[in-house]
Design a protein around this ligand. Structure first.
Ligand code: HEM
Length: 227
């Protein structure tokens, strides 16, 4: 088989698409964990948080210029998310076409986990769009674009509807990580019967820590702990 054939075959096969989902999922998860840890700086006050936001842009400035590293991260994330969604859609479409008729209860839509993943994915995607418009571009934030990151965050979460939307999205993210991480590790070769339970427990712990680490911020603003 030529090199090109191997790529086309892997790309076109279900196993190949699942691997694409697993690898891009891990990339996104690493970003999410780093982002969650960074966000917790909100508890150290306005100056620390705003400095952190500036630091994200001055990181590696000597080599990549102002905001260069951030743009590299943005590009990698965008490519990863698009590939992740393309592979998910493609696998769903293949499963749907394989069983077009003859099932009651819309069973072509797949298992409970598959449906939760799909709807969770849609909620997370909508959340990320809102979130960038809110805290990065400032378009839907009550404060002007040039206000500091800390104040924009507090102003955003001062709107209960927005906080509740964030919390719902973070819970959806938790469910997505719990199943996605477990399933992704299996795709990438961690599929031993012995390890099943520890893998499930590990995925659950990661999901709970990430969700809790994010959710604590809108809750703290809502309850007046962060002002
Ligand atoms: C309560 C939860 C969250 C808070 C408080 C939060 C906070 C922030 C802040 C303050 C920014 C702007 C950073 C800056 O420009 O200085 C930001 C950007 C961003 N956040 Fe979040 N975030 C949260 C959850 C999430 C989640 C769960 C995801 C992914 C699923 C996410 C993905 C992003 C992305 C992609 C950006 C844009 C980065 C950029 O291009 O500059 N965030 N977030």
């Amino acid at each position: 088989m030529t090199q090109r054939n191997i790529v086309t075959r892997t790309w076109g096969s279900s196993v190949g698409k699942k691997s694409v989902m697993a690898v891009t999922g891990v990339i996104f998860l690493l970003y999410v964990i780093a982002h969650m840890i960074g966000n917790l700086k909100i508890f150290f006050g306005l100056t620390t948080f705003d400095n952190y936001s500036v630091h994200l842009r001055t990181l590696g400035e000597d080599i990549f210029g102002y905001g260069g590293v951030l743009w590299i991260i943005r590009t990698v994330l965008t490519v990863a998310v698009l590939l992740h969604m393309w592979a998910a859609f493609s696998l769903w479409y293949k499963a749907k076409r394989a069983r077009p008729i003859g099932y009651q209860h819309k069973s072509y839509q797949g298992s409970y986990a598959a449906r939760t993943m799909r709807w969770g994915g849609v909620i997370i995607a909508l959340f990320v769009i809102w979130h960038i418009l809110d805290l990065t571009l400032g378009v839907v934030n009550p404060l002007p674009e040039n206000a500091g990151a800390y104040q924009k965050l507090v102003a955003s979460f001062d709107r209960p509807v927005v906080s509740i939307f964030y919390i719902v999205a973070m819970v959806a993210l938790g469910f997505h990580i719990r199943h996605g991480l477990w399933s992704g590790i299996q795709t990438l070769g961690g599929n031993s019967a012995l390890r099943q339970n520890s893998l499930k427990a590990f995925s659950l712990v990661v999901a709970v820590v990430v969700t809790a680490g994010f959710v604590i911020i809108p809750l703290s603003v809502m309850f007046g702990l962060v002002r």
